[in-house]
Ligand binder design. Structure first.
Ligand code: EPZ
Length: 427
């Protein structure tokens, strides 16, 4: 396993090229299973979760060619030969549950291992099952596997989600795209990644209205009529990566520019403005976030899009350790997403967990130490704190970072960070 060695208190300045969004690429690559032909995807990020997705597509019978150097991925899903997503693979990536809908659409049957929990929570899949049942599928739970069947095509339905689940909304869109008629989904997720998946499904021939709003209407078309030669699809840039680098720049009293649609990160930009950062819209979608001499304490509460993203909660907590005063961070999406708290405390942060809230006291001078990454965004939080800490910080188990940040070391070095990646066994 590798670790990161970071020497803190170097100012970060410059522009960071964003990778394609992990959370857009995963569902879109999986939706390629609907296409009995070849699909091409550009700006596919070189991440371990994408590697896992490509392995899953191959296990199901796809021919996948992924050129890491050009970030282009070719998927040929003409001949599928399996209906099963195995436990060993699903347990490493819970988004594998998304293969349920396309496999049911293609084969009328699917067996997907229950994903099991992960560091940030139990991660149930009941909303996925419920919406697919509304669309005509039936399910049994056998030996830790969800076993779904459907006779013929999905049937159009109206379904209201109990919670605007990102993954379950993606499941609904993929299924309804092949239903014989018009479906209506209410209280859906509104994340940019939903819009991106919808646009790809539209390129396959589905007619979808309301992407990004609380209600989505899908006019499906029979599997046989889906476009088997869709145009190449470019993955949208990663909004969580953008937020992560902006916070890294700000905590070091620097300035970082990325190219991202403001509406995809507006809640983060609003919080950064309240924190005293200077937000400059430079044209061609480039946004610069700069330190202005102070960091104000800003309390945030994570919410479904367009609210403050749960995937930026840990990173925001690191920044607030350097704010002039107290801030409270509330996590409303996942039940256990404070694994970064004890590790930040090892760096000297003054944090107090109160149920689903954490009180952060600033300004707290941070001291370098050895810390442990526990999940993807917690790891990013430790990197941000280490960049502000006095001395050297060692972050262990950074395979978590490889799930969602392409070439993190290279991009931070580009900005002036003193950071090295090396085997944990190095002296
Ligand atoms: C997606 O996860 C993202 N992952 C997560 O990003 C992100 O944190 C999350 O959306 C929220 O924005 C991908 O897109 C691959 P949900 P997902 O379904 O789809 C509960 C990262 O760091 N729920 O919106 O799993 C669930 O337990 C990752 O990049 C059910 O109860 O999120 C959670 O409490 C982490 N039953 C809440 O809903 C279900 O069937 C939100 O989950 C599904 C979800």
């Amino acid at each position: 396993m590798d670790r990161l060695r970071i020497e803190g208190q170097h100012i970060l300045r410059g522009e960071v090229p964003l990778s394609g969004s992990k959370n857009a690429a995963l569902p879109i690559l999986i939706s390629a299973l609907l296409c009995k032909g070849k699909t091409v995807f550009h700006r596919v990020p070189n991440l371990s979760d994408i590697e896992t997705t490509c392995q899953l597509l191959k296990i199901l019978g796809c021919h996948v060619e992924w050129a890491h150097s050009t970030q282009t991925c070719h998927v040929d899903a003409t001949h599928l030969n399996s209906i099963e997503a195995p436990y060993d693979l699903v347990r490493t990536m819970r988004a594998s549950i998304l293969v349920l809908a396309p496999l049911l659409a293609r084969h009328g049957e699917a067996k997907v291992s229950l994903p099991g929990g992960c560091a940030i929570g139990t991660r149930p899949v009941d909303y996925h099952i419920q919406v697919l049942e509304a669309l005509g599928a039936t399910f049994d739970l056998e030996g830790g596997y969800v076993h779904g069947k459907i006779k013929g095509a999905f049937r159009p339905a109206e379904y209201t989600f109990p919670f605007p689940s990102v993954g379950a909304t993606e499941t609904a869109l993929m299924a309804a795209a092949t239903a014989n008629g018009k479906s209506l989904f209410k209280n859906v997720a509104r994340e940019p990644e939903i819009r991106a998946l919808g646009n790809f499904l539209i390129s396959l021939g589905a007619k979808i209205k309301g992407l990004g709003s609380p209600e989505i209407q899908v006019q499906g078309i029979p599997m046989a009529n889906l476009n088997t030669k869709p145009a190449a699809h470019t993955i949208i840039p990663d909004r969580i990566e953008a937020a992560t680098y902006w916070l890294a720049g700000l905590i070091t009293k620097g300035s970082v520019t990325t190219e991202i649609a403001a509406e995809d990160v507006q809640s983060v930009l609003d919080a950064l403005h309240l924190a005293g950062a200077k937000i400059s819209h430079l044209g061609n979608g480039k946004i610069e976030v700069s330190y202005t001499g102070k960091i104000n304490p800003v309390s945030v509460r994570t919410e479904p899009f367009p609210g403050f993203p749960t995937d930026v909660q840990a990173q925001w907590m690191a920044l607030m350790t350097q704010a002039n005063g107290a801030a409270t961070i509330a996590e409303t999406i996942f039940e256990n997403r404070f694994m970064h708290v004890p590790e930040l405390q090892r760096l000297g942060a003054h944090l107090k967990i109160r149920g689903n809230r954490v009180d952060v006291s600033g300004v707290t001078p941070l001291q370098g130490a050895t810390v442990m990454a526990t999940d993807l965004r917690a790891s990013a939080s430790l990197v941000i704190a280490a960049l502000a800490a006095k001395g050297e910080t060692n972050i262990r188990r950074i395979y978590h970072l490889d799930r969602g940040y392409e070439d993190l070391c290279g991009k931070l070095r580009l900005l002036g960070a003193h950071i090295i990646r090396e085997p944990e066994s190095s002296q």
